[in-house]
Ligand binder design. Structure first.
Ligand code: FEO
Length: 396
């Protein structure tokens, strides 16, 4: 039997827990995830967001713990991505809501996904409010956080911000609040989430934080659509979002590589040694042992990214190409970088890696080092020196 969980007076969590999810379109979710939906029991009973399609029954049963789902009056759709709206087709047919409240882009996206021109769309804009009876909900459009349709809902009387993807974590837990779990793990998962989902929109996070500050709204609870709700550590997560999205970069470098016969690994190790000799914090990450989302989590606060690859059939190794494609989409601008490469007969791959790094928005501080077959001591010395040179650039 699926139960509801009280979050605040008249406000309940009715979402779903995806305990064994291990991949979220390329993001490794080693601790699963949750899809948070909330129910406000007011004169107008209101559902905030839904869940993935195959969790629709779980959510409906949690709602039934409080009220017959057909009695719901309004559904607020803060975000149309399928992890929060996939259940809508089934849920709207059962509930037949009086209003389906969304942004203009939300209506557009729902029409594109569900082809339902008969749904009772009610489009809202930033600053607009709607009364549920005793509670009023004000909307804040947050386009591209993380789709064009995204918005926040703010429950004025209880100072609850239903924040869609923002401030969330992919972490399946039996606990529902930030102060019930390990704080270090919570911040790690929050940073991982931002690094792998929201990083390309860092400038919009900055704007959003300013806009919310300008609105002067007070927040007693942040209720994201994934993971734990924030009630104790709200200043900490807002400060972290500010730092991660500026970004505030540390004296830290990620050395990420794949290797065929260990030549590239030897080279990458010496770059790492050069960096460490100058006091740089180093994360040394072999692809295959570390996945792309773990790498991006470390890139989040790193000033430098150094990539290593052997040459395979005139190309970089597949896992390196995968990593760079993933990183390019996430746009880790503001970092510096370089690369190392070992090859057999075609030295051109280094140019391809450099081009990919530049496409990521990473500024090259060295032309890179390519070595035929196996590095000699003097080659390894060059790699060490490159690490020292990158360290000097990190501290500039
Ligand atoms: Fe959790 Fe953009 O969906």
């Amino acid at each position: 039997m699926y139960k509801s969980y009280k979050v605040a007076d008249n406000f309940y969590w009715v979402g779903a827990i995806d305990w064994n999810l291990r991949d979220f379109h390329g993001y490794t979710t080693e601790k699963g995830s949750s899809y948070n939906a909330f129910l406000m029991m007011d004169e107008k009973i209101t559902l905030f967001d839904t869940v993935k399609p195959h969790f629709a029954d779980e959510m409906l049963e949690r709602i039934s713990d409080l009220v017959e789902p057909k009695k719901i009056d309004y559904i607020i759709v803060n975000h149309v991505e399928m992890d929060h709206s996939g259940a809508l087709a089934k849920v709207v047919d059962i509930i037949k809501p009086e209003k389906l409240i969304c942004s203009a882009k939300g209506k557009e996206a729902m029409l594109a996904h569900f082809k339902r021109t008969d749904w009772p769309y009610h489009v809202v804009k930033t600053g607009e409010s709607i009364s549920l009876g005793k509670h009023n909900v004000t909307f804040i459009e947050t386009p591209m956080l993380h789709w064009p349709d995204s918005m926040f809902s703010y429950i004025n009387e209880q100072r609850i911000l239903v924040s869609s993807d923002a401030f969330g974590q992919h972490w399946a837990t039996s606990e529902r609040f930030d102060d019930e779990v390990d704080f270090g793990e919570l911040m790690f998962q929050s940073g991982k989430y931002l690094a792998n989902i929201l990083m390309p929109y860092s400038n919009l996070i900055q704007k959003l934080l300013k806009d919310v500050t300008a609105l002067g709204i007070k927040i007693d609870l942040i209720a994201p659509d994934h993971g734990l709700m924030w009630r104790k550590n709200i200043p900490a997560i807002i400060k972290a979002y500010d730092e991660w999205s500026r970004p505030t970069l540390r004296n830290k470098a990620v050395v990420v590589f794949d290797t065929m016969w260990k030549s590239t690994e030897l080279m990458a190790q010496q770059v790492a040694e050069g960096l460490m000799s100058k006091g740089v914090i180093v994360k040394f990450m072999k692809l295959g042992e570390n996945d792309r989302s773990e790498v991006m989590t470390e890139v989040l606060d790193s000033k430098a990214v150094i990539v290593g690859s052997s040459t395979l059939n005139n190309e970089m190794l597949p896992r390196v190409a995968d990593m760079l494609t993933y990183m390019k989409g996430l746009k880790p601008t503001g970092r510096i970088g370089a690369c190392v490469n070992s090859y057999g007969w075609n030295p051109a791959v280094i140019k391809k890696i450099n081009a990919e790094l530049e496409s990521c928005g990473i500024k090259l501080v060295d032309e890179g080092i390519a070595v035929k077959y196996v590095p000699e001591q003097n080659d390894l010395k060059k790699c060490f020196d490159m690490g020292v040179k990158i360290a000097a650039n990190i501290k500039d």
